[in-house]
Ligand binder design. Structure first.
Ligand code: SF4
Ligand code: SF4
Length: 291
């Protein structure tokens, strides 16, 4: 089972809620909701991985991730343009008298090589980043890093999921997604059985929720909400959630005391232990909804 947690950014990010959810499960390994499944925490922010600063994993192994990038043999290419037509990502271009592959846009799907009538395209593995594997108690902790900004993050995520599936039969995967909309948002929502959105009760939080709700609805992924309330009595996020039938699982005051308690990377459940049972209850409901 895969549950995506989409962090809302800004003030909500300071509470590091995805890490607190993982720590709740770690503190209750025999809880019925886990049903013998091991938790796999995937820090999906391959450009700026942060969860390690809070969860302090003991890292064990690192491996390079490669993507098969197409190269064109100019001796056999007839400039027919088929590869330009088939690439859905605009990564192939016919430039005057030759074909160019824009490696930053290429996702290594292999369609161009498959469709080339002259077999003029061959693939060369190109390093796009690394995946690190570690442990936080019984939790398998995975994080990726990209060598360059681009769609490479998707390749790194794919490799982390493969690694998790190889190591843990039927794991409970928690995908800690980067704030806002990123190249990973759609692919991650697509493979998740449920998505938890952490957002603030502000106009920016409302925009963020609307965007995610649109994407999740199009992909058929159910959504639940964790609402960080900043005390401005702005109810627009709750009103929208009610209108869209999105359950609000948890409300956390985003006041000075909470933010101060969570300063310096202290997880919410360490700073305010009363949230431990609430987060565990929320995880139980999420799993039931996802099953
Ligand atoms: S499909 Fe093959 S032959 Fe046609 S332009 Fe592309 S590389 Fe050249
Ligand atoms: S491998 Fe896929 S994404 Fe890359 S250039 Fe070919 S068709 Fe486009």
């Amino acid at each position: 089972m895969i549950i995506a947690v989409v962090d809302g950014g800004d003030g909500a990010s300071r509470l590091s809620l995805p890490a607190s959810i993982a720590l709740c499960a770690l503190g209750n390994p025999s809880h019925a909701l886990l049903k013998g499944r091991r938790l796999v925490y995937v820090d999906c922010d391959a450009e700026q991985p942060r969860a390690g600063l809070i969860l302090h994993p003991r890292m064990i192994r690192m491996k390079a991730v490669h993507l098969p990038l197409p190269k064109v043999n100019p001796r056999t290419c007839t400039l027919c343009g088929r590869c330009v037509e088939v690439c859905q990502y605009g990564a192939v271009a016919l430039v005057s008298d030759h074909i160019t592959v824009l490696s930053d846009l290429c996702r290594g799907c292999g369609a161009c090589a498959l469709q080339c009538p002259e077999s003029a395209i061959y693939e060369v593995p190109s390093r796009i980043g690394t995946v690190e594997r570690g442990r936080v108690g019984s939790i398998l902790f995975l994080r990726g890093r990209t060598d360059r900004e681009s769609f490479a993050t998707i390749g790194v995520l794919r490799d982390m999921l493969r690694m998790a599936a190889e190591e843990q039969p039927n794991p409970l995967m928690l995908l800690d997604l980067p704030p806002g909309r990123s190249a990973l948002t759609i692919p991650a929502l697509k493979i998740s059985q449920y998505a938890l959105v952490v957002t603030e009760s502000t106009p920016a939080g409302l925009q963020n929720l609307k965007l995610l709700c649109g994407m999740a609805r199009a992909l058929g992924t159910p959504l639940g909400l964790i609402l960080c309330q900043n005390g401005d009595h702005d109810t627009s996020v709750e009103d929208y959630a009610e209108e869209q039938c999105i359950p609000v699982y948890l409300r956390v005051p985003l006041d000075g005391a909470t933010v101060r308690a969570c300063a310096g990377g202290v997880p919410l459940i360490t700073a305010l232990p009363q949230y431990r049972m609430r987060l565990l209850g929320m995880l139980s409901r999420t799993i039931r909804e996802a099953e």
